[in-house]
Design a protein around this ligand. Structure first.
Ligand SMILES: Cc1cc2nc3c(=O)[nH]c(=O)nc-3n(C[C@H](O)[C@H](O)[C@H](O)COP(=O)(O)O)c2cc1C
Length: 236
């Protein structure tokens, strides 16, 4: 069991998980389903300007070999859906603060993580293993885009629109799409600031993707973001 050094504040979900002995070793390849992997604390200080990231962002579809770090993976997930304020407020806006998005990390080459599909848990800033084994090829196949399997990791944006529909009715689907776009743009700009690259992937067979990765009941895939270190300078 490892814990993040000098956490800013204790987190109830994490404390409970630790007490229950559920935190898996970060390097453990034999993690049980549902076991939580604590992510390094996200950086919230300046690492570059928004303008620089905006000017440098390009879709990246070819990646250098070698893993990304767990800290990078955690920072990217935090940028998209991490907690940033009181009452569970997150880094991206959400209609009615209902937060229908669910992020999954298909880890293929992430330091300290066994290949698998992990659900991001914003409350504890942790990853929970939902299925063991490399899911990147399945995501690539469901998209008909082979290059996706070459990314060290793929973030799958899923959503449970029922959360939003309870208050906003027929507008829920539109709101979910808007929120996914905002969160994904956060992630893509954070990637640039970390020297990484990503691409929005919206062209996939939803049914095939649903068959190949086990999302929670009610969740639907919205967007994929393969990411890693660009193989070449993305240019302009
Ligand atoms: C909603 C959406 C869906 C997209 N789907 C794909 C996709 O399935 N595959 C892909 O390679 N690029 C996809 N893209 C990326 C666009 O091709 C890319 O943003 C565009 O060519 C502009 O290039 P830039 O992102 O480098 O500025 C998508 C972009 C958006 C916004």
């Amino acid at each position: 069991m490892r814990s993040r050094s000098a956490p800013e504040r204790p987190r109830a979900g994490l404390a409970a998980a630790a007490a229950a002995g559920l935190l898996a070793s970060l390097a453990g390849a034999e993690a049980a389903l549902g076991a939580e992997h604590l992510l390094p604390r996200p950086q919230t200080g300046a690492s570059g300007s928004v303008e620089r990231a905006l000017a440098a962002r390009r879709s990246v579809r070819a990646f250098r070999s070698g893993p990304i770090s767990l800290a990078q993976a955690g920072q990217l997930l935090w940028a998209a859906q991490g907690l940033t304020g009181a009452q569970g407020r997150r880094a991206a806006p959400s209609a009615g603060a209902l937060y229908p998005l669910r992020l999954y990390l298909a880890a293929g080459a992430v330091e300290g993580l066994a290949p698998g599909l992990y659900r991001y848990e914003p409350q504890s800033h942790a990853l929970a293993l939902t299925s063991a084994g490399d899911a990147r090829r399945a995501l690539a196949a469901a998209s008909g885009q082979a290059w996706i399997a070459g990314a060290p990791a793929v973030v799958l944006f899923a959503a449970d629109p029922r959360r939003t529909a309870g208050r906003y009715g027929a507008r829920a689907d539109r709101f979910v799409q808007i929120e996914a776009g905002a969160a994904a743009e956060n992630l893509s700009l954070q990637a640039v600031a970390l020297g990484l690259g990503s691409t929005f992937v919206g062209a996939f067979d939803e049914a095939a993707l649903q068959r190949s990765v086990a999302l929670a009941p009610g969740e639907r895939p919205v967007l994929l973001l393969p990411l890693g270190r660009p193989a070449t300078d993305p240019g302009r």
